[in-house]
Structures are given as structure tokens and as C-alpha cells.
Ligand binder design. Structure first.
Ligand SMILES: [Ca+2]
Ligand SMILES: [Ca+2]
Ligand SMILES: [Ca+2]
Ligand SMILES: [Ca+2]
Length: 509
């Protein structure tokens, strides 16, 4: 474990140097090219494990310059460094998620996963930190995966209606787990206890008629796999609609009016005023509209209209609008619309832990809630990585290490490699699964061309090759133990194994 961290640190330090030179280019290709390198840190401490911050403006890294390993961040141009952790344990950055850094804290005989909100950090003391795991076991290999959130759709009503007792409803579905909780609130007031909830729908009929006006309602759906969604819609109850005219007019004798209706009782009173003068007596009033045409042409300039409608049930609506008479100039108005929410996804952190007595894959929300165990075999499962809606991981359940894949809820486990050698350390680069194997008698990088039998060995030297990693300049970067002992050097190659070039010679003792 220690060795791996150390090696990764060394390898990634150089990756950072290369990445910096091209920070503004960000070419994500299958083949690589390089222009120059820049050294970012230059001190007697051991600096490594660089992790880009969101948007690439800063670089997290581990350094023991305070006497033990801590997470630090410095700007991408290497200025302005801040210490993020200051505990006595060793802290190492792993990856970021929306201004949060996921890092591991290693003490003698255990490791735990933490999340630090670093958005406004100016020193270690003002970084908010949450322990995702907090026990005396090894909690390790965290990776990010996105799972579908419950979907909420067909929320009704969403436009302007005249019904004071509307059915307020929404459909929902849940492809990840089962719906465990549904709530509905109208104008921020929880009305769930008066709703009717089925497997796919929630509906509510107001117990008292609603007055005319604007409303919002919010539906929240939770899944038993600790994801949730919430969606808000707006609607208006109005008796007066399609007001006319609005905007700028060519004519000074426009037809002024609106449609009227009333969904609760009947219309009992209608009035219309133009520029604060009641013109109802000269207007045409029917059960469905009110119209008034000025007898004397209106003056140039702005005019305002007020319409008022009252129902036999005592509910009323009034509306004001303005228009401008200006025959020399034309202006335009705007419009609006609604849409159906698309499937959204929530981030989860998957990791390996031996808290159950052997290593298994676990999953947790980035805020530390919703812990779930995804594997429970007596064998050791570790190194999970998200792969679309699936999780690729390592299991030794057939007596040696192999690459396996399962659904993101732990179902449908499939063995991807069956060789009697050890296959391990899966990495997803450019949407492909890379992994390591000792099949040849030493460590090599392999590519899984598909999820069946088509696998390709990418490195052929007799030394160990490992740690394949995404490169910001295209291709993949990896380490090869080309020297004696632990002397690894960094190489790059194209993702098909061609174009191997040694980047830099470094010595790790
Ligand atoms: Ca520390
Ligand atoms: Ca297990
Ligand atoms: Ca194997
Ligand atoms: Ca090799």
C-alpha cells in the first residue's frame, strides 16, 4: 500500500509537470504530443500525487514539508500555496468533485476517506472536512460513479388555468432502487398527508379552493438506494387571460380587452378601466370576453388597463397591463415556455473496505450519508472504478485476482478475465478499461477491447509496467521499472500501445 502511494506520487508528479505546460490546450486524444515541461515545486520535501482542482485553476498535491504528509494546493502557475490538512496522519489527495477534494488519511494500520470543501480555503483551519469513513479498517481505492436519480415528469398544472380546485400531480420513475419516499408541497407548505400516492404518481386536490394568483409546487422523490430528486413547477390561476393590446401599437383606437372565464362558480361581475376611468358601460361583456374600443383616439404614449372579474363563489381576479400608442415606432414582446426534466445523475463514491472481515466494495454519498455494501463474498473485492452505469473491480474469488464487472447496485456480477495469473488495478481511460496483469511473469498493461474475450497486451518488456493514466496531452502515461530496485521512469504511449517514449529519468529510493 505504502509503496503504491509512493510510486503513484512520483509518477503523477511528472504528469503534473507535463500537464501544466498544456493546461490551456487540454487535448484529450488517443495519441499524444508534447511541447515543454515546467517544474512546479522545487524543495527538499517530497511532493507528489498532484490532482487538478475543478476547472484546472489549482493543483492539489501531497507534501511532507510540515513533517508528515498533508494535502496542499497551489495555483496552476505554482504561486500561492495553501495547506489543506494539518493532522498528524498522512493525507493524500485523490480526486475532486464540485470544489470538494476527496482524500485519504492514512495512519498506522488503517486508512479513512475524507471530503474537504476547499472552495473558499485560505488555510487548513477554514476547510470544512467530512469523514466518509471513520474506523480502524482499511478504507481505500475510492472512485467516482454517477447513478440515475429518480425522474419526476409530467407535473401538472404548469401554465395558466382558471380552476381554483386543480389536480396537482406528477409522475415519477426510479431506475436505481425503489421509491421509498414521496413528498409534495404547494407554495412551500407540505401537503403530502393529503395526497394520493401510487407506484408512479402523486396527486393532490386542494382541500380549500385556491385564490387566483401564482403558485409553485415541489415534488421530491427518494430511492431506497439513497438518491433523490426534486422538481418545482409554477402555475397561475387566473380568470383574465390573453390581455390585449400589449407592446407598441400603430393604431390609436385599439381593441382593448381580455378573455374571461371562471372555473369555480360563474362569472358574476366584470369591469374594465382604461387609464383609471371605468369604461365598462361602453364595453362588450360576454361570459368569455370583455372588449372595449375607445371612442376618441388615444393620445400617443403609455396607457394602462385594469380588468376585474368576480365569481358567484366570491373569488376574484384582477389584472393590469400597459401598452404604448406610438405610430412611428414598432417594438416587440417576449414569450416563455416549459419543459420536461431530463434524467439527472447523482455522484456516489465507491471504495474498498475490509470492515466486514474481508475486502468488499462499498458505496457512499459524497456527504457521508447512504452507505451501502455492494459485494459480500468471503473473497477480497477492491479497486472499484465507475464505467458508465457499471462498476469494474478486482476480485480474488476464483483463487487469483481477476477483473470483474457489476451493475451500479451490486447486481449481475460478471467475470471479465479468467487467466490463472493476476489481473488487477483497472483504470478507465478514454472510455476503455486498462488493467495490469502478471501473465507474462512480470507486470504489464493490458487493454480490454470488449467485455468478452478480446484483450490486448500493450507492454512487452521484461520489467514491470504499471500505473497507466489519462494524459492531458493525449495517449496514456505509465511507469516502467527500467532501473534497479524501485527506479521507475515515466513513459507515454498511444492507447493502442504504439509510440512508446520515455519522458524523463528519475530515481526513487
Ligand atoms: Ca498530515
Ligand atoms: Ca469480499
Ligand atoms: Ca486471473
Ligand atoms: Ca512488462
Amino acid at each position: 500500500m505504502e509503496k503504491r502511494i509512493f510510486l503513484v506520487g512520483t509518477a503523477f508528479m511528472l504528469l503534473a509537470l507535463i500537464g501544466c505546460a498544456n493546461a490551456s490546450a487540454h487535448i484529450y486524444g488517443d495519441t499524444w504530443s508534447i511541447t515543454k515541461t515546467t517544474q512546479l515545486t522545487n524543495n527538499t520535501a517530497c511532493d507528489g500525487l498532484p490532482v487538478w482542482s475543478d476547472f484546472g485553476t489549482g493543483l492539489f498535491y501531497a507534501s511532507n514539508e510540515s513533517g508528515n504528509f498533508d494535502v496542499w494546493i497551489r495555483d496552476a502557475d505554482s504561486t500561492n500555496k495553501i495547506q489543506i490538512t494539518n493532522e498528524l496522519a498522512g493525507e493524500f489527495p485523490l480526486f475532486t468533485l464540485l470544489n470538494n477534494l476527496i482524500y485519504v488519511s492514512k495512519q498506522f494500520g488503517s486508512s479513512n476517506l475524507w471530503v474537504a470543501n476547499t472552495l473558499w480555503a485560505t488555510s487548513a483551519s477554514d476547510v470544512e472536512k467530512i469523514a466518509l469513513t471513520n474506523d480502524s479498517y482499511w478504507n481505500t481505492d475510492p472512485a467516482l460513479i454517477y447513478v440515475p436519480q429518480p425522474q419526476i415528469y409530467d407535473m401538472q398544472p404548469y401554465d395558466t388555468i382558471d380552476n381554483n380546485v386543480p389536480i396537482i400531480s406528477a409522475n415519477f420513475s426510479c431506475s436505481y432502487g425503489n421509491v421509498s419516499k414521496v413528498t409534495l408541497s404547494v407554495n412551500d407548505s407540505d401537503v403530502t398527508q393529503n395526497t394520493t400516492i401510487t407506484d408512479f404518481n402523486v396527486s393532490y386536490i386542494p382541500t380549500e379552493p385556491l385564490n387566483c394568483g401564482q403558485y409553485n409546487f415541489t415534488v421530491c422523490v427518494e430511492s431506497d438506494r439513497y438518491t433523490s430528486s426534486s422538481s418545482t413547477r409554477y402555475f397561475t390561476i387566473a380568470y383574465i387571460t390573453n390581455e390585449t393590446p400589449i407592446g407598441c401599437l400603430w393604431t390609436s383606437t385599439p381593441t382593448i380587452g381580455a378573455n374571461i372565464s371562471c372555473g369555480f362558480g360563474n362569472v358574476s361581475l366584470v369591469t374594465i378601466s382604461v387609464d383609471k376611468v371605468d369604461v365598462t358601460a361602453n364595453a362588450t361583456v360576454t361570459p368569455s370576453y370583455v372588449n372595449y374600443t375607445p371612442i376618441i383616439p388615444l393620445a400617443n404614449g403609455s396607457h394602462n388597463v385594469t380588468a376585474y372579474v368576480e365569481s358567484t363563489k366570491g373569488i376574484s381576479d384582477s389584472k393590469n397591463w400597459t401598452f404604448v400608442v406610438n405610430p412611428e415606432r414598432r417594438c416587440s414582446g417576449g414569450g416563455g415556455g416549459g419543459g420536461v426534466p431530463e434524467t439527472s445523475y447523482a455522484p456516489k463514491i465507491i471504495f474498498a473496505s475490509n470492515r466486514s472481515g474481508n475486502f468488499d466494495i462499498w458505496m457512499i454519498n459524497p456527504d457521508g450519508t447512504g452507505l451501502q455494501q455492494l459485494t459480500s463474498d468471503l473473497s477480497n473485492e477492491c479497486s472499484p472504478v465507475g464505467f458508465g452505469s457499471k462498476i469494474v473491480y478486482v476480485s480474488d474469488r476464483e483463487g487469483n485476482k481477476d477483473i470483474w464487472i457489476m451493475n451500479n447496485d451490486g447486481s449481475n456480477k460478471e467475470q471479465l478475465t479468467t487467466e490463472s495469473s493476476n489481473e488487477y488495478s483497472p483504470t478507465i481511460i478514454h472510455s476503455k478499461i486498462f488493467y495490469l496483469s502478471d501473465h507474462s511473469g512480470n507486470e504489464d498493461i493490458w487493454l480490454m477491447c470488449d467485455e468478452d474475450t478480446n484483450k490486448e497486451r500493450l507492454t512487452f518488456s521484461t520489467v514491470d509496467e504499471n500505473m497507466p493514466s489519462w494524459s492531458p496531452i493525449g495517449g496514456i502515461i505509465y511507469a516502467a521499472r527500467t532501473g534497479v530496485n524501485d527506479d521507475y521512469d515515466l513513459w507515454m504511449m498511444n492507447t493502442n500501445g504504439t509510440g512508446k517514449v520515455q519522458l524523463h529519468a528519475c530515481s526513487v529510493k
